[in-house]
Design a protein around this ligand. Structure first.
Ligand code: NIG
Ligand code: FE
Length: 438
């Protein structure tokens, strides 16, 4: 939407009549960006809450935010077509899940017994399991099957409160099948109410046909995959799994330099299992966001803080890998690194629920409920560079809103493992109505 610089958004939207309002919210968490976007340090805990709060929506936009009595005196309340009474309820911006892998075929439930026997993630991969098993199955799947699988996941994500997500290719590892995955994302983005930011992750594993010839595979990525994908406009970001035994720092740098030249934004999976100095590389190339960071060294973390690289923490993954260690979130906040949270949904760590991720972040990484909510909304919007449109409840932004059947934000990690969402509003429309939730 065009917003003239001579008018404030408030003036522009003030004469419109709402078609939907939410009122009497016990806590309306606005996440007002005057505290910064992304929020860092102490500001991560600042939610900009309005008590007895109200929001008004016209079409897909937020046109009013304030106390309920102001809403009632401003508009002809009786004439508003859709009114949601949020008495004793929490209202927040829609969750933004900035790191997922939803396009795949086949499942890996059998790997739990291997993990219970003590096999590590990389050992399972070496045995031809893990990512490589999913690659075998995803290569065989027709496009329609990938779309069908993806739709089921998106429906579940939406019912748990995600309104925008990022998702990646990475289970094809040939030019053709990486493009097939990205086309599935494009189709889903067109058809499904959720908004999806697509990422090319051809550098997710070494395909079996390139075993011991990783440099050759890197060459294929650089000279064939990236140019074709950029030309077709199939991805916004390029990601690499930079890890010992997967792609080296040097290879990662090479891939991402090429991606940047082709107009793709850089992000990296770093320091998940071994510290390969990924955090330093992320700062050097000014990655928008980085995933995992369990093992990153202090020098790298300080460089990330200086460069403003967002750390997207994925506590579901160490949980599913049964690790004792989680990313050092408290240290990152102290250093001033902006933190986002994501599900990392993939066949190893399969959850659609940002509510579960918030609980894991609080119980295992010691985030406060307020910090975890910031990391799941405004900061995760920044991780995909969509903070001008989503991530907070502000006039002129997209009406992506959640109504929870709980009285305050501290309930989100407290009452865990169930769906606390009562209503999801996406682009100004009610897309989920869980009347009987909790
Ligand atoms: O972020 N670590 C690399 N990639 C994914 C997992 C993919 C898979 O195991 O299928 C992740 O955890
Ligand atoms: Fe991932």
């Amino acid at each position: 939407m065009f917003v003239s610089s001579t008018y404030s958004k408030k003036e522009l939207f003030s004469n419109l009549e709402p078609d939907l309002v939410i009122f009497h919210s016990n806590e309306l968490v606005t996440m007002n960006t005057k505290y910064g976007a992304p929020r860092i340090g102490e500001d991560m805990a600042e939610l900009a809450i309005i008590n007895d709060g109200a929001v008004a929506v016209k079409d897909d936009r937020i046109i009013f935010i304030g106390p309920t009595d102001e809403l009632i005196s401003k508009f002809e309340f009786g004439k508003i077509p859709t009114k949601i009474d949020a008495t004793n309820k929490l209202v927040t911006p829609g969750f933004v899940d900035p790191h997922t892998h939803i396009i795949f075929d086949g499942t890996r439930e059998n790997e739990l017994s291997m993990k219970l026997e003590g096999k590590t993630y990389l050992e399972i991969l070496k045995l031809g399991g893990g990512i490589l098993k999913t690659v075998r199955e995803t290569r065989k799947a027709p496009l329609e099957k990938l779309v069908e699988n993806g739709k089921k996941i998106l429906d579940r994500m939406m019912s748990y409160g995600t309104t925008t997500l990022e998702t990646k290719s990475g289970y094809g590892l040939t030019t053709e099948s990486e493009i097939k995955q990205l086309k599935a994302i494009e189709i889903l983005n067109d058809k499904h109410p959720l908004d999806i930011v697509p990422t090319f992750l051809g550098a997710h594993a070494i395909p079996p046909e390139y075993k011991d010839k990783t440099d050759k595979y890197v060459k294929l990525i650089i000279s064939d995959m990236i140019p074709k994908i950029a030309k077709e406009g199939l991805a916004e970001f390029c990601d690499v799994f930079c890890e010992e035994g997967i792609f080296t720092i040097k290879q990662t740098h090479k891939i991402l330099k090429t991606a940047i030249r082709y107009g793709l934004k850089p992000q990296i999976h770093i320091d998940e299992i071994v510290d390969t100095n990924g955090a330093l590389l992320a700062s050097k190339i000014k990655a928008i966001q980085t995933g995992h960071l369990l093992k990153s060294n202090d020098e790298g973390l300080k460089a990330m803080a200086e460069a403003g690289v967002i750390a997207t923490l994925l506590p579901g993954t160490p949980f599913c890998l049964m690790l004792d260690q989680y990313a050092p979130a408290r240290k990152m906040i102290e250093l001033g690194i902006p933190i986002a949270l994501a599900t990392d949904l993939n066949p190893n760590c399969w959850t659609e629920s940002m509510q579960i991720v918030i609980a894991l972040a609080c119980y295992h990484m010691k985030l406060s409920p307020a910090e975890a909510l910031t990391a799941s909304t405004i900061n995760s919007a920044c991780a995909i560079q969509k903070e001008d449109e989503i991530g907070s409840i502000e006039i002129g932004k997209k009406a992506d809103l959640l109504v929870f059947d709980v009285p305050n934000h501290q309930f989100l990690p407290y009452h865990f493992g169930v769906n606390l969402v009562s209503k999801v509003i996406k682009n100004g429309k009610i897309v989920v109505d869980n009347r009987l939730s909790t």
